[in-house]
Design a protein around this ligand. Structure first.
Ligand code: F6P
Length: 323
């Protein structure tokens, strides 16, 4: 392998820049020519590649977003799109790829590596933390910290006004962000897709709080839970229990931005570095992940299809600590 290209794709995640920096510098150390592809698979199809030297990735470690830009590409889902992308890579003599992204990115990478003979190693970059084969994904820790900071502020006003707040966080179909935000912010309850709880159960928890003279409450709602978003849940709960003045906050894309935490910077550096070393050692069609603090390579197919759920013990603990 002599010439590799790196790209970020799907939703951006804080720490992606640190991962690109690690790829470029590990590549340079190993005498590789490293290219950056702009806007993920879209830029691959449009042949939008730039040469990345060591100095080009200086002063980006602490920045949120991705300086390579990102996109969710419809065109790459078609065989014609992928052929055009392959031809673009061949025009640049690229013989290895590093894909930084989440579920959609690795689905594309898996199909592409089945169709064309080009080794790809993935780096898990998504705030959702929903990939099998890595205990943490890049951006998750920052997103949870952002959400907790927001809930801390909401607590102040909720307390002053004796209000019940429903705070909606991201995570697509997974409850990792919500559960960790709930634990870290001391929320009264959390609604996540992985938990078997009804709205009546939630109301019971709130009633219990009211009985012990709890004058305000915060409930964290995962956007992907079974009962709808925070506004919908707030409406339904109000019909069952009208004790509190109720408000809704949707944190939304705030969770996607901002300077990455130390954990995300170190994780991104380790995974970017390991992805390049893996590629040089012959890894292909796999995602570099961190499992029990050790680097592990997992086939794309498993990374995207094996259901990763928050630990049941953590869900139970969140309930016990919230009483
Ligand atoms: O996958 C990351 C994520 O932020 C999800 O948590 C969320 O559901 C989705 O992306 C939002 O996507 P978009 O930025 O395209 O609206």
């Amino acid at each position: 392998i002599k010439r590799i290209a790196v790209f970020t794709s799907g939703g951006d995640a804080p720490g992606m820049n640190a991962a690109v920096r690690a790829v470029v510098r590990t590549g340079a150390y190993n005498n590789l020519h490293v290219f950056g592809i702009k806007r993920g698979y879209e830029g691959m199809i449009d042949c939008d590649l730039v040469r990345l030297e060591v100095g080009d990735v200086g002063n980006i470690m602490h920045r949120g977003g991705t300086f390579l830009k990102t996109a969710r590409s419809q065109r790459f889902m078609t065989p014609e799109g992928r052929r055009t992308a392959y031809e673009a890579l061949k025009a640049y003599d690229i013989d290895g790829l590093i894909a930084i992204g989440g579920n959609g990115t690795f689905t594309g990478a898996m199909v592409f590596s089945q169709e064309y003979d080009i080794p790809i190693v993935g780096v898990p970059g998504t705030i959702d933390n929903d990939l099998y084969g890595s205990d943490f994904t890049i951006g998750f820790d920052t997103a949870v910290n952002t959400a907790i900071e927001a809930v801390d502020k909401i607590r102040d006003t909720a307390d002053s006004h004796n209000r019940l707040f429903f705070v909606e966080v991201m995570g697509r179909n997974s409850g990792f962000i919500a559960l960790n935000t709930a634990i870290g912010s001391g929320a009264a309850s959390v609604m996540i897709p992985e938990k078997d709880a009804t709205l009546e159960d939630l109301v019971d928890v709130l009633k219990m709080g009211a009985r012990r003279k709890k004058l305000f409450s915060v409930v964290i709602v995962a956007e992907g839970n079974h009962f709808g978003g925070a506004s919908e849940i707030a409406k339904q709960v109000k019909e069952l229990f009208d004790f509190y003045d109720t408000k809704v906050t949707i944190i939304g894309h705030l969770q996607r931005g901002g300077s990455p935490t130390a954990l995300d910077r170190v994780l991104a550096s380790r995974l970017g570095f390991s992805a390049v070393e893996g590629l040089l050692e012959g890894q292909a069609g796999v995602m570099a992940g961190l499992v029990n603090s050790k680097i592990k390579f997992t086939p794309f197919e498993e990374a995207i299809s094996k259901n990763r759920k928050p630990d049941n013990q953590l869900i139970r603990m969140a309930e016990i600590l919230a009483i």
